[in-house]
Design a protein around this ligand. Sequence first.
Ligand code: 5RP
Length: 262
Amino acid sequence: MTSELSPIDQAKFIAAKRAADMVEDGMRVGLGTGSTAAWFVRCLGELVRSGDLEIHGVPTSQRTAALARDVGIPLMSLDEARWLDLTVDGADEFDRDLNLIKGGGGALLQEKIVATASDRVVIIADKAKEVETLGAFPLPLEVIPFGWQTTQALVEETLVAMNVMGRKATLRMNGDAAWVTDEGNHILDLHLHRIGNARQLALVLNQIPGVVENGLFIDICDTVIVGFGDGKVEVRDIDQGTIETGHIEFEESENLFRDLGE
Ligand code: 5RP
């Protein structure tokens, strides 16, 4: 029940619920990964099960695919869909230009491919994700396992010439083993503290052999929906330059709140 949700989960839920209002019949919808995106998948599942909405979802991870199946959303692969109407995902950080750091949940590669193939990308987040300058959250970098330590050294060397405040790259772990992404790769987390030129950094990192993709999402996001614990919601649109505010009432829904969190 909603009373059991922490304020941060309530904020995530509010943002997710507002994003679900943007989904229309017949849409092909990219389904993001992470705890905020999971709320969106649950909200969407409820609409689909009630018969109010017919859509197809394209998941950005095995985790999201499993949740979407659980809540009754019909799925298709990106290759079947080819192009998507809308993608809704979470983020680790967003700035005033709606540039993002993503990949805290380890799904940045599929997330970036799916977002780039979408007419509209909506990011759902709580206020704590908003930053003046990107970089306090360690920047995830997906690298192939072959020679990852050489790649790590090259990345750290490259960072010397970049406008960043730190340059340590650490291998993400899953217990005692290296984290393995859905694509079988590893993740280096770059502790940069402050990224002075995110656009340039994103381009340079992707030139390093062994790097598959970085977690900087530049000019990809169209809209950020910020949820608050008291039901307030803000919709910021970069193309229209608008900020719309509203309020969403919590609804006591057994199905939605039964199986909490990721
Ligand atoms: C996964 C992501 C997530 O969207 C990001 O980590 C935010 O997650 P959460 O909503 O759990 O805070 O990029 O790769």
